[in-house]
Design a protein around this ligand. Structure first.
Ligand SMILES: Cc1cc2nc3c(=O)[nH]c(=O)nc-3n(C[C@H](O)[C@H](O)[C@H](O)COP(=O)(O)OP(=O)(O)OC[C@H]3O[C@@H](n4cnc5c(N)ncnc54)[C@H](O)[C@@H]3O)c2cc1C
Length: 473
């Protein structure tokens, strides 16, 4: 079967990969000149990578790890010491380590919490552990049911005091979804905790050894191309064309450099776009279908990625850090954590600014100034004086992953739709790994599986001609 896919983020790419594995022919179209979507990156004038987001991989990403294995590029993940590391704004410059011992789960995570005396008292630790008990016993079903509560409401119900929230959960909430605990659904951090408590290496963190477009997306493109598929950048889906019965007749595509529009016809069609981009393209003929109406309840959350190239080496660790500060979420010194960005003499901090609602409209210089002020608070004795910054980069994403407020789980769509030849993909579609790279890869795989099931039910198109050139009206 020929399958037209719009969107070359990780979901669209994974979908294409698993379609060629199943013997189908994917034709993927990406609007941008770079693949990767939220993991995209571009080189600046000096040849340094400017990324859309700082990306960390977890041991609890089975589908991503399997994909890397299948592409023979597992060695591109640089695994770090098994620990979660937090800044302590109340003790500037001192990091708090939750070292996870190499023993079976959940004992390893429980021991790491019990052994850490920087952030929680014994009473808080015990209350925290008791609060997590239903999630441990009842698993994902319980975790899903907690979607009706915000994280703060759930903590109150469990009798877990505010200190645990400010110490652990603000960091988790901001890192996982770019919003604060009063806004985030309890399902989000509980899902992560549940994975970490069940898998021995679930909370182990890795960084890619270079930029995602080259080191992660390109191998998928090569794999797909070698097996009869195709991947085209600077090709934007302009309109979903319908048959009289509401099924898809074709994708009306447009180039990004003023080329004439053309129609792509295929046996099946996939939109692997962000939910916001898809809503703009939803055909009029589908507006009455509740399946598509539910998407109005989902929208992307703003986030900002900041990179600061210093002229000197900062005292640093080769790991991801959870800042626990108001402005920042997670950050890392990429000159340490990532092989391609390695520099023994100069640090490059990459930081995620979240929640970003109040900052997304501000100037880059305001954002850099605020970030530097926050860093000075976190490391008063460590930042060189005067601070020597070579250059900075700010990438704003006004609508990134879906905003995971309470009640959103009910509106996340399946990859199959009521339209027999049309499918969705993307980390916002229903899968248990939330708005993550793992979620995107799994959604792509589920979409490919749904299409494979659909293919056994319909005869293939008679013509092998997919791209029927047709000037637009
Ligand atoms: C700052 C930041 C940090 C993050 N950190 C992490 C992390 O540490 N760990 C983690 O697991 N996840 C992280 N994520 C989340 C992760 O990046 C996403 O969940 C995942 O990449 C989403 O992939 P996707 O394919 O579903 O969507 P997207 O990446 O949004 O892909 C959609 C694609 O569709 C394309 N498109 C849009 N409109 C059209 C059109 N009309 N025609 C053709 N193409 C179109 C877009 O250009 C894009 O390439 C982070 C995200 C951000 C923004």
């Amino acid at each position: 079967m020929r399958v037209a896919i719009a969107g070359g983020g990780l979901a669209g790419l994974a979908c294409a990969k698993y379609l060629v594995d199943a013997g189908h022919q994917p034709l993927l179209f990406e609007r941008s000149d770079v693949l990767g979507g939220l993991v995209a990156a571009r080189k600046d004038a000096d040849g340094d990578w400017v990324e859309t987001g700082l990306h960390a991989f977890f041991g609890a990403y089975p589908n991503m790890l399997q994909l890397l294995d299948e592409l023979n590029i597992s060695d591109r993940l640089q695994w770090k010491r098994h620990a979660l590391i937090f800044n302590q704004p109340e003790k500037p410059g001192v990091l708090s380590w939750f070292d996870v011992p190499d023993i079976p789960a959940p004992l390893n995570v429980i021991l790491s919490i019990l052994r850490n005396n920087d952030m929680l008292t014994w009473e808080q630790k015990i209350r925290f552990a008791l609060g997590l008990w239903p999630a441990i016993l009842r698993g994902q079903k319980y975790v899903e049911a907690m979607d009706k509560y915000s994280l703060l409401e759930w903590l109150e119900l469990q009798g877990i005091d505010a200190r645990v929230n400010s110490d652990i959960f603000i960091a988790a909430s901001k890192a996982l979804t770019f919003i604060n605990p009063d806004e985030v659904s309890a399902t989000i951090p509980l899902t992560a905790m549940n994975r970490f408590l069940r898998e021995r290496y679930g909370s182990k963190i890795a960084f890619l050894d270079g930029s995602p477009p080259e080191r992660l997306c390109q191998p998928i493109v090569d794999y797909v191309n070698e097996r009869g598929g195709s991947v085209q950048t600077q090709s934007s889906l302009k309109e979903i064309l319908l048959n009289i019965d509401g099924t898809v007749k074709g994708f009306l595509m447009t180039g990004c450099n003023g080329e004439p529009s053309y129609t792509v016809e295929a046996d099946a069609y996939v939109c692997a776009l962000s939910v916001d981009a898809f809503k703009l393209l939803r055909p009029e003929g589908w507006q009455d279908l509740p399946f598509f109406q539910q998407l109005d309840e989902l929208e992307g959350v703003p986030v900002i990625n900041v990179q600061i190239w210093f002229d000197c080496k900062l005292p640093t660790v080769d790991h991801l850090l959870f800042s626990r500060s108001d402005l920042l979420s997670v950050y890392a010194d990429m000159s340490e954590t990532c092989q391609e960005y390695h520099d023994p003499d100069r640090s490059m901090l990459e930081l995620v600014l979240a929640p970003a609602q109040d900052w997304i409209g501000r100037s880059d210089s305001d954002i850099i100034e605020a970030t530097m002020a926050e860093l000075a608070k976190l490391f008063p004795a460590h930042l060189p004086e005067p601070v020597k910054v070579r250059k900075t980069a700010v990438v704003k994403t006004p609508r990134s992953v879906y905003k995971a407020t309470p009640g959103r789980q009910a509106f996340r769509p399946d990859q199959r739709t009521p339209i027999s030849n049309f499918f969705l993909s993307g980390s916002y579609t229903m899968q248990p790994y939330l708005g993550s790279m793992e979620g995107a890869v799994l959604s792509g795989k589920l979409t490919a599986q749904a299409i494979a099931a659909h293919s056994s039910a319909i005869p293939p198109m008679p013509s092998t001609q997919t791209v029927a050139n047709a000037a637009t009206a």
